[in-house]
Design a protein around this ligand. Sequence first.
Ligand SMILES: [Zn+2]
Length: 310
Amino acid sequence: MKASNNTNLTQANALTIDVEDYFHVEAFSSVVKRTDWGNKYPLRVEKNTHHILNILEQHNVKATFFVLGWVAEACPTLSRAIVAGGHELASHGFSHQHANKQTQETFKQDIIRSKHLLEDQSGVRINGYRAPSFSIGQKNTWAFETLYQAGFIYTSSTYPVKHDIYGTPEWPRFKHLRQEGIVEIPIPTLEVFNRNVPIGGGGYFRLYPYALSRYFIQRFKQQTQQPFSFYFHPWEIDPEQPKMRGISMKSRVRHYLNLPRMEPRIHQLLSDFNWDTMFNTYQLHGLVNDEEPSNQEDSTQRLFSLGQLR
Ligand SMILES: [Zn+2]
């Protein structure tokens, strides 16, 4: 059943998946060493992403997959499977290091490495980027320019909420063209009593009862007349994942809360609203110049000017 016959409510929304594994998340970074990724902690992301591809096929939904370069390297056929399913392939960076904890040079290397790897594996141009934990803010606005220079046309890397790990509560809430030349599509929020309530997915979607999330989405679309966008992770539909030891109660709650309820809720969400890729939903076609040379030549040309940045 669709949410409503109201035109705005039936318009497409962007479905996005941040393709990383359970051991990549920020909440575990104090106990998980990078050298343990895929070793001490076995890989589950490939199987879980294929499961998501099957769910999307059942609902005839296309989505945007922001794939971590580390995952693409560990699972070299995954990018192609995503593209073969008719979905949009995009980048979540390479190493899952927060953009606000990197220097501009390290960030540049990280995003270029991920972009070129995904393009080499899939044969398609990578247009979109999402920073780990929405880590672009006031202190690292240079990231937008670096992304633009590297050949990305859009990013979805800001969350205008107050949060202990991320958040830019005073920044724009809707899609906008940045002065650096790149489009930013913030994670959706609902304005309640002059505060932005996070409603874009992940842990909040697992926390709220489903009916409340559905109400928030309907309210957002009616209030703002904007498309909604939603994000989740492959590990969120995997209640069988190994349990991490030695983490704080807060991290434990954030990561494991309502995991068994996630998959049925995703099915419900896909039935209740219309979904498409970020690229289609936000009508980004006009920003890609088909006459450009090959992707990597193009980004290399743009990068020549990066030396002048600071
Ligand atoms: Zn992530």
